[in-house]
Write a protein that binds this ligand. Structure first.
Ligand code: GLY
Length: 319
């Protein structure tokens, strides 16, 4: 069914240090523009979410690709996934060392299979066979990631107000044919144990998409998000005729009530309505809707409890 193409991105539900606020919002806006450019050119929702997440992975402000956090052993293990709502196709990579754009490897796995999820060295065997090469860890490393690891190792991040790490990224889109897609990418948690895998690469947890409901990308404490199957639950809510906004809010409320977890979610329902919700102090976001060849964008650091992404977009369109 023909739809107005639309896309929403997040830059991670967490407390964000003030020094990064402006850059996080600008990065989400740029990623929304990258995804919207694909949609405006007649591209698919799958291509749009890859373009948006790739832009966020390339931005050192976010905990994904360049800028990813460091594990306890001082190295990078990245998680990413993508899902195509048209045929429930899925690809994910988990605990994959030293990869700059894991979303692209996840996309290659979704397209070429035969598996849906690969981890560690096996993910690299697949990636090399499809033309990817490992990044130099120096290319991914930031002063901020090193500082956070040093604080973690000195046991100075027991403070619950400092969790989760800011910067997991994700995107959800609907294209002109009414197909939806979602993608998510992260470095995980500072100081994580080798082999730790969060919600991000798991279908139905960090990422899910089904044309009959919509697409979602989750962010926050992976261990909690997994326990409530947040991605699939949100899409089921949309299949049961909840709007994207209701699905996002109910899913975040469930995460908090059932697990005490901190997190957030972005949703795009099958009608093209976009939403974002979080119980963290911040969740940088960007969104764009294309109507009659003109794209309207909004971006911000957090959504107030009574704020609704579609209202913000409507206001921006009228401005
Ligand atoms: N939500 C990202 C992670 O827990 O790894």
């Amino acid at each position: 069914m023909a739809r107005e193409p639309a896309l929403v991105v997040h830059g991670g539900a967490a407390p964000w240090e003030p020094a990064y606020h402006e850059r996080a919002v600008a990065g989400c806006r740029a990623a929304a523009e990258a995804g919207a450019t694909v949609l405006a050119g007649g591209g698919s929702a799958v291509d749009a979410v890859v373009a948006a997440v790739r832009a966020l992975e390339d931005n050192p402000v976010f905990n994904a690709g360049v800028g990813a956090v460091l594990g306890a052993a001082g190295g990078f293990e990245l998680d990413a996934s993508i899902m195509d709502g048209k045929a429930l196709r899925f690809g994910g990579v988990a605990a994959m060392p030293d990869v700059r754009n894991p979303v692209e490897v996840a996309r290659a796995l979704m397209d070429h299979g035969p598996h849906a999820l690969l981890c560690g060295p096996g993910a690299w065997d697949f990636a090399r066979a499809h033309g990817f090469t490992p990044a130099d860890p120096a290319e991914l490393r930031t002063e901020r990631a090193e500082r956070r690891l040093a604080e973690f190792l000195a046991a100075r991040v027991d403070d619950p107000d400092a969790r989760p790490d800011p910067g997991t990224v994700g995107a959800c889109a609907i294209d002109a044919d009414g197909h939806v897609a979602a993608a998510t990418s992260t470095g995980g948690m500072t100081g994580k144990a080798p082999g730790r895998v969060g919600d991000t690469p798991l279908p139905g947890c960090g990422t899910y998409a089904d044309d009959r409901g919509g697409a979602v990308s989750a962010t926050g404490e992976g261990e909690a998000i997994m326990r409530v199957g947040m991605g699939k639950a949100a899409v089921m809510r949309m299949r049961l005729r909840h709007s994207a906004n209701d699905a996002a809010r109910l899913s975040v409320a469930e995460l908090g009530a059932d697990t005490g977890g901190i997190g957030g979610i972005i949703c795009c329902d099958r009608r093209g309505r976009l939403a974002a919700a979080h119980n963290s102090p911040h969740m940088p976001f960007g969104a764009g809707v294309i109507r009659s060849g003109r794209t309207t964008f909004v971006s911000g650091l957090a959504l107030a409890p009574d704020e609704n992404l579609m209202d913000l977009l409507e206001r921006a369109r009228g401005a």
